[in-house]
Write a protein that binds this ligand. Structure first.
Ligand code: CTP
Ligand code: MG
Length: 233
């Protein structure tokens, strides 16, 4: 039974507001997408990678991203869809028959670690469906569209959800099929599983595992990269 990692990188990075989509922006001389793929490449529990990119970028990604950085585990470059959920589904439909565990991770979270990937893969094998996340540090309130505070959530129960999210193959396949059938749109993959009444388990993630979304995040990413290089000596 093989473990396949799906890396959705088919977004256009609207909130970043740059000409070049954020997954290709350079961080310390290497595209963000390559930072992320390299961690999966180096994780012994990952057998193959499927990268999802905008349809018009397939050739360019093959020639200028994958080939020069010698990413050997990339088994496919798949054309993405309109929304993240469509891109992930395209990769799920392209899975080999022998894929048993599927781990999904945003291309734009380059500070993922081999340890966290491994933990997710093992937990998915045992539990079926897992996500990583971190407890919120701020107080969370629910606010109506007009600005009125509706309620204050119990902070001790609130987690910010990150990726990776990992699944037994049958679970994530049926969740995506059901979402298409019901016209359900979620902002992550575990929400598609939760609505089927299947248990999803939270794994303690890492506050450094940020998603690079807006220009401030690039400043933080530079600082995190410098700190990690210093720590490695
Ligand atoms: N993604 C994707 N296909 C899409 C949209 C997003 O594969 N149609 C990917 C992005 O490339 C990214 C991840 O999903 O790696 C998380 O999405 P997000 O941070 O929202 O990235 P973008 O959609 O590119 O950014 P924005 O929402 O600001 O346009
Ligand atoms: Mg988006």
């Amino acid at each position: 039974m093989r473990t396949v990692a799906i890396v959705p990188a088919a977004g256009s990075g609207n909130r970043m507001g740059r000409e070049l989509s954020k997954q290709y922006l350079s961080l310390g001389g290497m595209p963000l997408l390559v930072h992320t793929l390299k961690v999966f490449e180096e994780c012994p529990l990952v057998d193959a990678l499927l990268v999802v990119v905008p349809p018009q970028d397939i050739e360019v990604v093959r020639n200028t991203v994958l080939a020069p950085w010698k990413l050997k585990k990339v088994a496919g470059v798949i054309p993405g869809g309109k929304e993240r959920q469509d891109s992930v589904r395209a990769a799920i439909e392209a899975l080999d028959p022998d894929a048993g565990i599927v781990i999904i991770h945003d291309a734009v979270r380059p500070f993922i670690t081999i340890e966290l990937i491994s933990q997710c893969i093992r937990a998915a094998g045992e539990e079926g469906a897992v996500t990583v996340g971190v407890p919120v540090k701020d107080t969370v309130k629910e606010v109506a569209p007009d600005g009125r505070v509706m309620r204050t959530c119990d902070r001790s129960l609130m987690w910010l959800t990150q990726t990776p999210q990992a699944f037994r193959r049958d679970i994530i396949e049926s969740a995506h099929r059901a979402a298409v059938r019901d016209g359900f749109r979620g902002t992550d993959d575990t929400s598609l599983v939760e609505r089927l009444g299947i248990a999803v388990w939270m794994i303690m993630g890492d506050y450094n595992n940020i998603k690079i979304t807006t220009p401030e995040d690039l400043v933080i990413a530079e600082a995190l990269l410098t700190a990690s290089l210093k720590a490695k000596g």
